[in-house]
Design a protein around this ligand. Structure first.
Ligand code: SF4
Length: 468
């Protein structure tokens, strides 16, 4: 059985070279033992043995960039099986390159999960490393202690070199250490917490900085614990401020929303929406971001008179990153045209910005967002509305109506008329276009579509009446 020895735990290039050689040889995944360090034998050290008959040779060996990016991240995970999993996927892709698009495939989901964990660990390292100043023979050196969950230290060295080029610093971790002297980066052995210094005057600067940037609207204590696990708190001087800041967070959040509605902090230009969308791209206010491909933000003019809110992106919107481009989007476009509303002049968005789904085989089936998720994402809808300041809002479906009104709405009873929102903006309620796609066979589809168009037309007419 071939044993592959990789130099280090993060030896992606070593894995890549070996995997290539094995694939060309046609070696099956279960025939390879992946090992790290000195205690393993060399590649093909036992090329005979109990090796399985070779697979058909695959040449030329070409893999896609998305696979390489995925593999590069996943290879840094602390999961011992990662190299074997990656090799299995590599062979599968060589035979069927489009297999990577099968997001329901258990192997792909597992490897994507590994890569996601590694990216999260890197993000934590960027965010939570805190340097303490020490005096050594050559002046000041800044030393930080960090405990990564995966083998990310070397991969993130460049980030700290770029960010702290003019400082002399060391980052100590149980997996190894980095030392930068202003010109040369050196690697060192693993360290312990006792090797790192305790408090120092630099902490005062961090605390002042943190108080200034603290955003009460982003406070979700449970999410904070996930994003900023307690194990990092002791390394971070500003965490001493967190209980006090959380205590006043709700009050400050309400104040911010009120301020945003009356005098939007981001202004009203198109750039305000762009900045908001960029901010939402990193949103972690609820768990829906994890399995989804991306945040699907609203689109349309920043000064649109009508804002139309749907439920959440569907499968195709999730992949495209745009709202209402899937089958429901086709129904929506047709109804808008019949109602005489120019979609290009409306601001179109969703109450929930990430796709919630249940995997079923290779398919991702729509799952309805719960109240907690709607409430979490309402922050973004409020901000969009504060920037666009539409004269009229259309809520399509119960989720959108709940997000806008803050209460449960029986769409069947309240559709086709305006419900005033707390700030006076009229909100017209109607069904979601996907409702028309899910009608039972015996339903009168044309009549339901006509009713939907009538709801939209009624909203448009009321806007005309407001402006005349
Ligand atoms: S669904 Fe909304 S609140 Fe939840 S993570 Fe996505 S953008 Fe944030």
């Amino acid at each position: 059985m071939p044993a592959v020895r990789l130099e280090t735990e993060d030896d992606f290039d070593g894995w890549r070279a070996a995997a290539r050689a094995l694939a060309i040889e046609g070696v099956a995944p279960e025939q390879v033992v992946w090992q790290v360090g000195d205690h393993a034998s060399d590649l093909f050290a036992n090329p005979g043995g109990d090796r399985a008959p070779p697979l058909p040779t695959i040449t030329p060996l070409r893999v896609s960039k998305p696979f390489l990016e995925l593999a590069r991240d996943a290879a840094l995970h602390s999961e011992p099986e990662r190299f074997s999993l990656l090799y299995t996927l590599l062979l599968r892709l060589l035979n069927r390159p489009q297999a990577l698009e099968d997001r329901a495939d258990p192997l792909i989901r597992r490897i994507e999960g590994l890569a996601r964990n590694v990216r999260r660990d890197s993000h934590k390292m960027h965010a939570f490393v805190r340097f303490r100043e020490l005096a050594d023979g050559d002046g000041s050196r800044f030393v930080a202690w960090f405990e990564p969950e995966h083998h990310i230290l070397r991969a993130n060295a460049g980030f700290f070199v770029d960010r702290f080029t003019n400082m002399r610093w060391s980052i100590l971790t149980p997996r190894g250490s980095l030392h930068w002297d202003g010109a040369v980066l050196k690697e060192g052995p693993p360290a312990t917490r006792a090797d790192a210094p305790g408090d120092d005057p630099v902490e005062g600067i961090w605390k002042a900085y943190y108080s200034a940037i603290f955003n009460p609207a982003r406070v979700m204590p449970r999410a904070m614990l996930k994003e900023m696990p307690r194990k990092y708190w002791k390394n971070m001087p500003e965490t001493a401020l967190v209980p006090e800041l959380i205590a006043g967070a709700r009050k400050r959040e309400l104040g911010m929303i009120e301020q945003a509605r009356s005098t939007p902090v981001r202004g009203r230009g198109p750039e305000s929406l762009v900045l908001l969308a960029e901010e939402a791209a990193g949103c972690r206010r609820c768990p829906l971001w994890r399995p989804a491909t991306q945040t699907v933000f609203g689109e349309g003019p920043h000064d649109a008179e009508i804002m139309i809110v749907g439920e959440q992106p569907g499968d195709q919107e999730d992949l495209a990153g745009r709202p209402f481009v899937g089958p429901a989007g086709d129904v929506f476009d047709r109804a808008m045209a019949e109602a005489g509303i120019d979609r290009m002049r409306a601001y179109v968005t969703n109450a929930v910005k990430h796709f919630k789904f249940e995997p079923q085989g290779k398919r991702r089936l729509h799952a309805r967002p719960n109240v907690g998720e709607i409430e979490a994402c309402r922050w973004w809808v409020d901000q969009e509305r504060a920037i666009v300041r539409p004269r009229l809002v259309i809520a399509m479906g119960a989720t959108a109506a709940r997000s806008l009104t803050g209460r449960a709405v029986a769409v069947g009873q309240e559709r086709g008329r305006a419900v005033p929102l707390p700030d006076g903006t009229p909100c017209w309620v109607t069904v979601h276009p996907s409702y028309l796609l899910r009608l039972p066979p015996e339903a009168d589809t044309e009549a339901e579509f006509a009713r939907y168009v009538a709801d939209l037309r009624g909203a448009a007419a009321s806007l005309s009446a407001m402006t005349s």
